[in-house]
Structure formats: structure tokens, C-alpha cells
Design a protein around this ligand. Structure first.
Ligand code: CP
Length: 309
């Protein structure tokens, strides 16, 4: 039986997504992949709609995949990098959004260094907001593409063990995936150096297991997600040295022997090669599939918000 999904105006995080709604998005992404496999990758679904990407932080994957997704659906796309906009002259986020609405923008894809900025934006922008990453808080479209990539390989999430390893403290990707994979039925273990694990983690997400010992945590994992060490967000020296981090927390072939056979390796990118993952593990990972699936997931989301049911 197909569950009725309410039409949503914004995508700010996965907190208010049900498993059924995520499944609905994934089925829609399956159809979008079919469009992307055609010789002419273009459908008229969003003709006449205007989408702006408004990025206050650097990005390659998220920004480009949203642009490709929107163009494949025939929307008009305007890319705004805050560093080369009137933000540099002191314009506020709210004034920028009001300006974009006056210019006929229907949907803004927003990346911002401040946690909660997309929530603020959704209160003042009369169109739709998609959170493309807000500081250390959330990255819902990344989590959806991660879950979708695993769904293609495992089919069922019930009882699988997901291990998230690395800089949990600064990771919006971790936070959205902790919520999303849990809703899909996965068990989740978090592993990091103690200095990169938020103290509130068990209070905020009581269903996760926390282990600081990677050789123990990796045992029987079905899926491993390694996170980037976010040097740009680390004010203090939270790890003694990269060499020490690699010794204790790198995912490499030797460590993978303790995981399940055929364990799936994900990384949201960009990767610090040879730090979070050894090079041979990068080569055997699903990183390319994650990037490819990002376009289909973002097409599904844009269509769901702007195109009808
Ligand atoms: N995963 C991710 O958000 O990558 P970008 O910063 O390149 O968009």
C-alpha cells in the first residue's frame, strides 16, 4: 500500500522525515536515475521555475549536483557565492533572501557556516529553502544520498550495523545520518578520539553506541562511513597528530578484516587521502556512487518541492 506523503515546502533536516517519506524520495530518485541514463538528459518538469544556490562556504559536490539536478529538470539556475555577492558589502542573509524573492527565485539551496541558518531563512523567504549544510548541524540531502547508496546494495536496513568513524564533533553529515539511518532501521556505532566526540551525543541520540576503540567498534560492521577531519572547524588541537590519528582511526585493509565480508565503505567527501581512508580502501569504496546518486536524490527533492506530488 502506497503511503500518502504530505507536500513539504522546505528541507531543513531529516528530523521530520518518516521512513515512508524517505522511501518515497528513493523511489522517485530511481525514476530520476532512469532520466540520467538517457542520451538526452533533460525533462521539462520544472520549466519556468527559478532556483538559486546560495553558498557561504566552499562546495564542489553539493553545489554542482544541485545545479545539474535543476538543469536536468529544465529549471533556470542562478549560482551565488557569498564571497562575490553583496554579502561582502554587509548585506544580511535575510536581506539577500528578500532580494532573491524580488528577483523571482522560487527555491534557494543554502549552505551556511551557522547552525540553524536555513531555519531562519525559511521564516523570511517566501519560497522554499533546502539546507545544503549548516555549520556543524545538518546536511540532510547528503544523508539521503548516503542512505540511498546503501539501499542500492543491501535492500534492507533492518538490524544492519553502521559504523561512523572520525570527526563526529564537527560533522553535520554524521548528525543527519544518525537520524536518517536510525529511521530506516539500522544500528549505529560512533567511533572517534574522545576529543572529537560531543559530550551530549548519548543524550541527543540515545540509540547510538559509542566506542573510542576502532578495532573493537569495527567488528561485524555492514557499512562504514568515514568522516573528513575538518581542520577548518578545529579551533584547538583536538588530535595530538595526524600520524597518531591514522594509527588509531584510519580505515585500512588490515582493520577491515574485522568487519563483515563485503562491508560497504562510504565517505561524504572531500577525502583527506591517506588519513581517514588508506588509498586502497578509497579505491574499493562507494564514494563515486555517492556522488552520482547525489544528482538523482537532488532531482527527486527539487521535483517533490516544486513540481507536484
Ligand atoms: N559532501 C559535501 O557536502 O561535499 P561538498 O562540500 O563538496 O559539497
Amino acid at each position: 500500500m502506497r503511503v500518502e506523503i504530505k507536500r513539504r515546502r522546505h528541507i531543513l533536516d531529516l528530523d521530520d522525515f518518516s521512513r515512508e517519506e524517505m522511501e518515497f524520495i528513493f523511489e522517485r530518485a530511481d525514476s530520476m536515475k532512469e532520466v540520467l541514463s538517457r542520451e538526452i538528459k533533460k525533462v521539462p518538469t520544472l520549466r519556468g521555475k527559478r532556483i538559486a544556490t546560495l553558498f557561504y562556504e566552499p562546495s564542489t559536490r553539493t553545489r554542482v549536483s544541485f545545479e545539474i539536478a535543476a538543469k536536468t529538470l529544465s529549471a533556470d539556475v542562478i549560482n551565488i557565492q557569498a564571497s562575490s555577492s553583496s554579502v561582502e558589502k554587509g548585506e544580511t542573509l535575510i536581506d539577500t533572501l528578500k532580494t532573491l524573492k524580488s528577483l523571482g527565485i522560487d527555491l534557494v539551496v543554502l549552505r551556511h557556516p551557522s547552525p540553524g541558518a536555513p531555519y531562519l531563512a525559511s521564516r523570511f523567504f517566501e519560497g522554499s529553502i533546502i539546507n545544503a549544510g549548516d555549520g556543524t548541524h545538518a546536511h540532510p540531502t547528503q544523508a539521503l544520498l548516503d542512505i540511498y547508496t546503501v539501499r542500492e546494495k543491501l535492500k534492507s536496513f533492518d538490524g544492519i550495523k553502521l559504523l561512523i568513524v572520525g570527526d563526529i564533533a564537527h560533522s553535520r553529515v554524521a548528525r543527519s545520518n544518525i537520524i536518517g539511518f536510525h529511521k530506516m532501521g539500522a544500528r549505529i556505532t560512533l567511533c572517534s578520539p574522545p576529543t572529537l566526540m560531543p559530550r551530549y551525543i548519548k543524550k541527543a541520540y540515545p540509540w547510538v553506541d559509542v566506542d573510542f576503540d576502532l578495532d573493537r567498534a569495527i567488528k561485524d560492521a555492514d557499512v562504514i562511513m568515514a568522516l573528513r577531519i575538518q581542520k577548518e572547524r578545529q579551533g584547538d588541537n583536538l588530535i595530538p597528530s595526524l600520524r597518531e590519528y591514522i594509527r588509531l582511526y584510519q580505515i585500512n585493509r588490515e582493520r577491515l578484516k574485522r568487519a563483515k565480508d563485503g562491508v560497504l565503505i562510504l565517505h561524504p567527501g572531500p577525502v583527506n587521502e591517506g588519513i581517514e581512508l588508506s588509498m586502497d580502501v578509497v579505491n574499493g569504496s562507494l564514494i563515486r556512487e555517492q556522488v552520482e546518486n547525489g544528482v538523482a536524490i537532488r532531482m527527486a527533492l527539487l521535483y517533490t518541492i516544486l513540481g507536484g506530488k
